[in-house]
Design a protein around this ligand. Structure first.
Ligand SMILES: O=C1O[C@H](COP(=O)(O)O)[C@@H](O)[C@H](O)[C@H]1O
Length: 261
């Protein structure tokens, strides 16, 4: 299945399209399950999520928050209230803006207690500690690490989750969640979904906006032999649907077929 690209001129329309897709997969998933299992990313996605899930008066009332199980496709190994935390971003943008009467979703975060030493201070990097955090997060994943929807970002270097170009984690086949302590983008200590999790998903949706993303999108969509992590997601042949939600500036001048969602 090849990746489909949905492009809109304005940021608001991109956010609206992302929101419509989330509702579509939510509704389909809830026909056969009591919960909707979604994984989120950090970075620029936070703003998009606020716009579609909180501010959009057509979409917001149809989000069945009480049935959502929220995970993170990658997480930075920092306290949950640290500005670098992907959970922290989601909390700031979305959770903290939910009306008080709304039943909150179940949100699976890293076990923050594993970050700190006996004195309560965040411990400096330790491979074993980071592996323990990854194992503990893996234990909280849905059965068979199967997600209904995974929302991804694409960094200007083509990374997605915390899977970076040419990093050995691109080959990981034994773990669903791996730790990385040499992330080229700060902070260096993170945990991340691996390809076996991405392969099992029902739907994967990238969100990438701005002219700054155009050079990397050009490589992803026009260089057939590229091994960039986001391109490897496009190439998955496990039946997972892969969609891209972009603005026109992110694909300007690129030979890629796009439509409106
Ligand atoms: O470090 C990260 O970066 C990617 C891409 O972020 P963006 O701001 O360029 O959209 C993000 O998807 C990932 O979750 C995050 O940890």
């Amino acid at each position: 299945m090849s990746a489909k690209v949905y492009s809109h001129a304005k940021h608001d329309d991109v956010a609206n399209a992302v929101g419509k897709h989330i509702l579509k997969i939510q509704d389909e998933s809830l026909k056969s399950s009591s919960t909707f299992k979604i994984a989120l990313s950090g970075g620029s996605l936070g703003k998009v999520l606020k716009q579609c899930l909180i501010d959009n008066s057509t979409i917001a009332p149809n989000v069945q928050w009480d049935k959502w199980e929220v995970y993170f496709s990658d997480e930075r190994l920092v306290p949950l209230d640290h500005p670098d935390s992907n959970y922290g971003l989601f909390n700031e943008m979305v959770l903290s803006n939910l009306p008080a009467s709304t039943t909150k979703p179940k949100v699976k975060t890293i076990d923050e207690s594993l970050l700190t030493g006996k004195d309560g201070q965040v411990e400096s990097s330790s491979l074993l500690k980071d592996q323990e955090i990854a194992k503990s997060y893996e234990a909280s994943l849905p059965e068979n690490a199967k997600f209904d929807l995974i929302l991804l970002g694409c960094g200007p270097d083509g990374h997605t989750c915390s899977l970076f170009p040419e990093h050995k984690l691109l080959q990981e086949r034994n773990e669903f969640i791996s730790s990385i302590n040499d992330s080229p983008k700060p902070p260096p200590r993170r945990i991340t979904f691996t390809f076996p999790v991405l392969e099992r998903a029902t739907s994967i949706a990238f969100v990438a906006e701005g002219a700054g993303k155009a050079p990397i999108l050009e490589e992803i969509f026009t260089n057939k032999s590229s091994k960039l992590p986001s391109k490897l997601v496009n190439d998955l042949d496990t039946g997972v649907e892969v969609l891209w939600f972009v603005d026109d500036s992110a694909i300007e001048g690129i030979n890629v077929i796009s439509s409106k969602y």
